[in-house]
Ligand binder design. Structure first.
Ligand code: R5P
Length: 285
């Protein structure tokens, strides 16, 4: 087996290669003068693992090109971050189900696909090949443990993130709750943990994605008002767009950490072990 990475998944692909003990294929990425993407892979084997986060349209295209370049081998696709997965429903008439469109396009030329903490696991059913969701909640919990916080309170920003937050909290046997929004008036909302008082606690808000940081920044401001001793943020996919990192720090968040599913300067957690474990489990079946 050999591993191809697209341009924005190089670090994670190298970590996966190291853990699997297989080689990375050197790949050249350029553009044609009209802007179209071009890639050329080095020598491939009869089995290829393609590691490619769909962080933007170019990475979507590079993924399709990489799959096609490996058309003579048996291919497994790892999409650590599946872009477009939040448009997983037709919210109003005339819209596409973008997650389905992407899933269908990625299902040709591969035998199996792995994604990491996908926003809605229901999206897996749109792939035309067996697809598995890998969770890195244990790795996120491990990182929080390393922060050496005293009796941290793990908080999901909403009900949808409760399962993930519980899995993270289970790592250290920490308290876990979810934030609840209560509308006080037309203009005023209160965001607070549903049952546990945050006063004096080290709060860690965990979520699958931090995009603009709006969700977490609002929650952080409210937790500060409620007397939390410190506030930290940890997520799987650190999209961190529109000045999200600064917004969170300005809102009083002491540390922001994400994983290498979306490579950036806050990617201190790796999804490599969880991905390799899932691949090995399936190989032994
Ligand atoms: C939403 O359901 C997701 O789990 C995240 O909470 C959301 O995508 C975060 O977005 P933002 O950082 O822009 O508030």
């Amino acid at each position: 087996m050999r591993i191809i990475s697209t341009e924005r998944s190089q670090v994670l692909a190298a970590r996966v290669a190291e853990r699997l003990g297989v080689s990375l294929v050197e790949t050249k990425f350029t553009r044609f003068p009209d802007g179209e993407l071009y890639l050329k892979c080095g020598e491939l084997d009869d089995e290829t693992l393609i590691v490619s986060s769909i962080v933007d349209n170019d990475m979507f295209m590079q993924t399709l090109l990489a799959i096609d370049a490996a058309d003579h081998s048996r291919n497994t696709l790892v999409v650590p971050y599946l872009g477009y997965s939040r448009q997983d429903k037709r919210f109003s008439p005339g819209e596409p189900i973008s997650a389905r469109a992407v899933a269908r396009a990625l299902s040709t030329g591969i035998e199996r696909i792995y994604v990491v903490n996908i926003h809605d696991p229901g999206v897996l059913s749109h792939f035309g090949v067996p697809a598995k969701n890998v969770t890195i909640a244990p790795a996120v919990g491990g990182y929080i443990g390393d922060l050496r916080l005293k009796n941290p309170l793990i908080l999901a920003p909403d009900e949808g993130a409760i399962d993930f937050a519980s899995d993270v909290a289970a790592v250290g046997g920490w308290d876990c709750d979810h934030l609840e929004k209560t509308r006080l008036s037309g203009e005023e909302v209160r965001i607070a943990p549903k049952t546990i008082d945050a006063a004096g606690r080290d709060a860690v808000i965990v979520d699958d994605i931090i995009s603009t940081g709006g969700t977490l920044a609002t929650a952080a401001c409210m937790l500060r008002e409620q007397g939390a001793a410190s506030i930290h943020a940890a997520c799987v996919h650190g999209v961190l767009t529109s000045g999200a990192y600064t917004r969170l720090r300005a809102a009083g968040v002491s540390s922001v950490v994400s994983s290498d599913t979306y490579e950036n300067a806050s990617s201190f957690i790796s999804a490599a072990s969880a991905i390799v474990t899932a691949i090995k489990e399936d190989a032994h079946r």
